[in-house]
Design a protein around this ligand. Sequence first.
Ligand code: GAP
Length: 464
Amino acid sequence: MNNKNNSLEKMASFCKRRGFAFPSSEIYGGLAAIYDYGHYGTLLKNNIRDAWWKHMVQLREDVYGLDSAIFMHPETWVASGHVEGFDDPRVDCQKCHQRMRADHILESFGIKADKAPLDFINKELEKLKKKKKIKCVNCGSTEITPAKQFSLMIKSNLGSPTDELSEENVVYLRPETCGGIYLEYKNMLDTVHPKLPFGIAQIGKAFRNEIVARQFIFRTREFEQMEMQYFLHPKEMKKNYEMWKDIRFKWYLNYGIPKNRLRWHKHEVLSHYASMAYDIEFEFSSLQGFKEIEGVHARGDWDLSQHGKYSGVDFTYTDEKTGEKFIPHIMETSAGLNRLFLMFIDSAYTEENVGGEKRVVLKLHKKLSPIKIAIFPLLRKKKELVNVGQKIHEEIRKKWMCEFDTTGSIGKRYRRQDEIGTPYCITVDFQTLDDNSVTVRERDTMKQERVKIENLEDYFLKKL
Ligand code: GAP
């Protein structure tokens, strides 16, 4: 058995059963396209986030960190073009009121509709409707409304004296994290004094009123982005664009995503701000095909010019050596943390046949595994074994996320750890009491070896 048969339902139910991700507000009947992360999910998400930060900030001399607020002055999103045009084309079922993405419907018939004008979308929809080809995904009705633009921006009445939302008091929840980077560009320049080219990276929540909400954590209304904006001289764009494309692709390979399940997709139709856009796509078995996980975009001088125009602040950069004055251009890398979470689970989830029994194992990269080491005393009732196990646990948990488990047979305990992707399990057995050694079992090969307790730390320092 391999992981090619992982349906989205199977992944969602696995994530819920093993404490990775839960539909939000379940006790009140749920809230569509919003998810909470359990113990193992939080650890996995933090590890993915840290792996991104390490490669994008810690290991670089030219990228600096930022954590800007979710709420920004509403003018931010007027300047960026989001208030005017951050829309998706939506159709509704006239019978059951199910919402659907019109561009996705057309694409399922092989008609390219990404960012296509509404006129085009409606003409194509009409042709299909006449042939009764379009059906509601929920009730099967063919009575579908024409497409209209639907804003993805989510409004709040933050700080408003009334409960009502009006154009005067509206504040938006940010639809992408990069907005805060542009607003803090000058403060960053004045405090860390970087020379061009340099980047500003941040990880944080973003919110979009997505039309379709049936894809587990792939597309949600509240999600996290990991974005890096690289500021440069326009002449340097091509070189740096290629460099970052390469860096980002290799990051996925580095964390165990197979090369044959990744590919580049070039956007022919571009967003209002972009002059070049490629997506990295991953072949999700749970979504039956290649889907976007990250975008690499050349944004030109759109962002700083627009914020300059709307705020009155001058974003001109003066090159110290040549004296040349210009507005820096921007290229960005933008990945969705929750989408990467689903990708890593999708890629790692494996069912194997071991001695006639099914073994579910999450073959995550060791650096990403929520729990690194589990410690099992062979018998719960044997106090000496439990005491030694506890001592080992107390020591190694100072360095790695560990779990101590005494319940059920050793086989069951291995299976529980396999399912959450724990790379190493330590068993304290009777031989331990004689020679101070324990067995260490490796997740993927299931091979075991004996290691002296005093050598465990060095052993894991080399392995993890
Ligand atoms: N600043 C550029 C930007 O936001 P994007 O292509 O709209 O570009 C970047 O988003 C990434 O954010 C996507 O590749 C995806 O991984 C993630 N993303 C976007 N919308 C999402 C949603 N509704 N749910 C989960 N992740 C999302």
